[in-house]
Design a protein around this ligand. Structure first.
Ligand code: CP
Ligand code: NVA
Length: 308
């Protein structure tokens, strides 16, 4: 695989790197299921900095690191000096003396970019306010497993123009899926991300549709995706958001506009009765738990590629 220094945005990696990561994720998954060990990271340590909550990301990185023969070190911002104002620069220069890689989940995307700039070891973005690339790599693996291909499919995302929407655009452009995003007027995607994504779609040859109309976005989709309306750090806007986003709820009526064999996806955590109804998320077309499981396999591929 062509060398990657960090894993921060799907915009930064090549189409070939994306394909190689997905192939490796599928291989590691089948080996794990067959009981075949792959101690690719024996003796290596990954530091995992969290300044936000997590279930899937924390558990999948920790378990993944153990399965690769390495050691995962959980670093909550409540416990490390970064949380008390130590600089990103000093943190990076110190951690690179102990660790073989750093995974970070935090608010400001710039903090991850700075950490990667200063640390001479690989840095993995495990979610910022701007992007969530690890999730989308696992999502594409899941789509591939269920559809047998990626190129030519239509991926519809309905909801907030947030970190998930951004990484989905980058991921679809690189993997050759058409992508439609429906978000309310005041909750559209970040302008810079849209600019970059449009360039990626032009290069890759698939199409991007940005609309405020959920019915237009979901029409004939192969994949239907939504995310919480209230991302971490936005709790104060909860009531206003629940009001504005209600017409964007993925319910049975809306879901029926997608292809009959469309799959439903959600990065989780989900809030039933808000962004999605029970009949859809717990219905026969939902693949949410395969998707959650694939966080493990996709991230093992990322760690193996960066630190192996
Ligand atoms: N989807 C996801 O990243 O879940 P967690 O917030 O539980 O890590
Ligand atoms: N958009 C959500 C994703 C959670 C995995 C958030 O940032 O909270």
């Amino acid at each position: 695989m062509e060398k990657m220094n960090d894993f921060i945005s799907l915009h930064d990696i090549t189409k070939e790197q994306m394909e190689d990561l997905l192939k490796l994720a599928l291989k590691l998954k089948s080996e794990t299921k067959a009981g075949i060990a792959h101690p690719i990271l024996k003796g290596k340590t990954l530091g995992m900095i969290f300044t936000k909550s997590s279930t899937r990301t924390r558990v999948s990185f920790e378990v993944g690191m153990v399965q690769l023969g390495g050691y995962p070190l959980f670093l909550s911002s409540n416990d490390i000096q970064l949380g008390r104002g130590e600089t990103i620069y000093d943190t990076a220069k110190v951690l690179e003396r102990f660790l073989d890689g750093i995974m970070i989940r935090t608010y400001a995307h710039k903090d991850v970019l700075d950490l990667a700039k200063y640390a001479d070891i690989p840095v993995i973005n495990a979610l910022t306010d701007l992007l969530h690339p690890c999730q989308v790599l696992a999502d594409l693996q899941t789509v591939y497993e269920h559809k047998g291909k990626l190129e030519g499919l239509k991926f519809a995302y309905i909801g907030d123009g947030n970190n998930m929407a951004h990484s989905i655009m980058y991921g679809c452009a690189k993997a050759g899926l058409d992508c439609a995003i429906a978000a309310p007027e005041d909750y559209q995607c970040d302008e810079n991300v849209v600019y970059n994504a449009k360039e990626d779609f032009k290069k890759g040859g698939s199409r991007l549709l940005l609309t405020q109309d959920p019915a237009e976005a979901i029409k004939d989709a192969d994949v239907v995706y939504t995310d919480t309306w209230v991302s971490m750090g936005m709790e104060e806007e909860k009531e206003e958001r629940q009001r504005v986003f209600m017409p964007y709820q993925v319910n049975k009526e809306l879901f029926l506009l997608a292809k009959p064999d469309a799959i439903f996806m959600h990065c989780l955590p989900a809030y039933r009765g808000f962004e999605v109804t029970e009949d859809v998320i717990d219905g026969p077309n939902s693949v949410i738990f395969d998707e959650a499981e694939n966080r493990l396999h996709a991230q093992k591929a990322v760690m193996a590629a960066l630190m192996g």
